[in-house]
Design a protein around this ligand. Sequence first.
Ligand SMILES: Nc1nc2c(ncn2[C@@H]2O[C@H](COP(=O)(O)OP(=O)(O)OP(=O)(O)O)[C@@H](O)[C@H]2O)c(=O)[nH]1
Ligand SMILES: [Mg+2]
Length: 380
Amino acid sequence: MELKSFRAKTMQEALELVRHEFGSDASVLHTREVNSGVLGRLVGGRQVEIVASSGERTPVESVRAEVSEPASVVPAVHEDFDYRERYRADLGAELASELGSLRQKVELLCESRGQQSNDGMPRGLFEAYTDLIEADVDEKTARELADQLSELPTDGRRTPQQLRDLVVDQIETTGPIQQTPGTRRLVALVGPTGVGKTTTVAKLAANYRLREKRRVGLITVDTYRVAAVEQLRTYADIIDLPMEVVATPREMREAVQRMTDLDLVLLDTAGRSPRDEVQIQELKSMLGEAQADEVHLVLSSTAATKSLVNTATRFSEVGTTALMLTKLDEAMGLGHLLALLRNCGLPISYLTNGQNVPDDIEVADARRLADEMLTATTVA
Ligand SMILES: Nc1nc2c(ncn2[C@@H]2O[C@H](COP(=O)(O)OP(=O)(O)OP(=O)(O)O)[C@@H](O)[C@H]2O)c(=O)[nH]1
Ligand SMILES: [Mg+2]
């Protein structure tokens, strides 16, 4: 007597194979469904296996053409044949064939996607994408930049320089405040509380007065916070600058009038909550009275991307014209700022990187900032 297993997609086909091999008097010893797991179905599709012999046990014709029960662990021993041994060998062969088939399918899948790798991203770009993510750039921005990178001509491989240049392209800068001697320029700093507006006003004032020898004046509308006026007055006294404190739109008009002869007037404002519409409108009307030439939105680079973008949107109502980023020295990586720069529509004017007046400020430079952004910071 001969014993053999037959596999096919359907029971009918498997039986046909048995019939072909052993004739119509073949006996069916066992039937089972193979590749019945999710993985098995994905890889090889569902199959039916019949173990049959040429002897007489269950005639082929009496087997129902469907699989009813899952395979028993060890089928009944048939006469003197060591069926368990055979079954173990079959199982090993089956696993090996499934793994081989799986490997083949994965390879085919990769090939069919050509140059594509993770999530449809061309292979050469995947490295750039992960570099951006590591630099704390948000997922959406990283993907968009990778897409933009894919449109650039390449000799087959992407260089870090290409990515850097692309990031540089996203950063628009204003250069320093342009002050023409004999023409007064009025520059206001606005933003949320505690971001460094007053300190930055002091840094700018000191630099324009002491280094550029300009006639600089200060105006503050921050009468909300108890020590705010004194904070700015201390700087005004040290640098020897005229300073005005205004509380109403009329006072603002008069103060601006009194400072017509100066080269540069810096206007410090109270920290406003971007969520408070009344405060934003108050600020807007004050700036309207001042007729500011430039309104710089001051934001701390330590804030999260979403909050930065939302804040910039709210403050756009007051007529912001540029962006100042403070506290770069405290930020753990700067990549998150990229989304802000791409979305707020404002060019960057200055960056500040410490508390020291007047030294810790620099005119924003796109290349330097891009380098800083792409330097991933690892927090221990
Ligand atoms: N590390 C660091 N600290 C800064 C920087 N700029 C300002 N600060 C500090 O941030 C704190 C707040 O600064 P202010 O200039 O008072 O901030 P502000 O925006 O005027 O605050 P409000 O007027 O209350 O809205 C102070 O302790 C500053 O010394 C910076 O670039 N780096
Ligand atoms: Mg202040």
